[in-house]
Write a protein that binds this ligand. Structure first.
Ligand SMILES: [Zn+2]
Length: 214
């Protein structure tokens, strides 16, 4: 698999290119473009969330905890005064780092479900619903953000796959190897549930009312 630095560089380059294309094609503000870039960048690192105790994973969770704190500040600054706002942001960041991370480490297997195509699609849909329902984004922007997340995620899987074939020479398992996995018979129930969740999410999501000229 590709290492953390490679993933970070490729995710940054890929997300920057996609942001430039989106800026040309859709009426985005600078803040929206920056948010899309950051989403694509994070999504390009997200699948390795399942490699317990590695430095990249710990770093990833530290980044996520900072991102969560920033998100809390953005979402709640209108309603809270400074001290409660800082305390809430701190609490959110610490929860990600010290509750969510150990939970993930205990329940995931490296290059298991997180390194799969349905997980990439589901991550995009999860972000879509967070944007649509929680952050009040316009439907078109929420879809665009979902594409950035799924795209960044898939780029990571593709990179892992290229590295496992070309540089390490690991025998690939199934038609898509161990990273860009479409289906695994060993965990068939999990895959079925993942695909069902993706299907339900797509079915429930409102379609973009105004087509982007991408
Ligand atoms: Zn990976």
């Amino acid at each position: 698999m590709a290492n953390f630095r490679t993933h970070l560089s490729i995710a940054a380059a890929g997300s920057l290119t996609a942001t430039a294309v989106a800026l040309q094609a859709a009426p985005l503000t600078q803040m929206e473009a920056l948010l899309l870039f950051l989403l694509g960048l994070h999504a390009g690192l997200l699948p390795d969330i399942d490699s317990d105790h590695s430095i990249p994973t710990r770093l990833l969770f530290t980044i996520f905890s900072f991102a969560t704190a920033i998100a809390v500040v953005f979402l709640c600054y209108a309603e809270l005064s400074l001290l409660p706002l800082i305390l809430l942001a701190l609490l959110a960041a610490l929860s990600v780092r010290f509750i969510l991370f150990p939970l993930f480490a205990a329940t995931t297997e490296h290059r298991g479900l997180f390194h799969s195509v349905p997980a990439a699609l589901l991550s995009g849909m999860a972000l879509f619903f967070a944007g649509d329902r929680l952050f009040g984004w316009q439907t078109e922007f929420a879809w665009l953000a979902a594409v950035f997340v799924s795209g960044g995620y898939l780029l990571h899987l593709l990179l892992d796959e290229i590295y496992s074939v070309n540089f390490i020479g690991v025998t690939v398992k199934g038609s898509f190897g161990t990273a860009l996995t479409l289906f695994s018979r060993r965990s068939w129930l999990c895959y079925l549930l993942l695909y069902a969740a993706v299907a339900i999410a797509v079915w429930m999501a409102p379609p973009p009312t105004q087509l982007l000229t991408l």
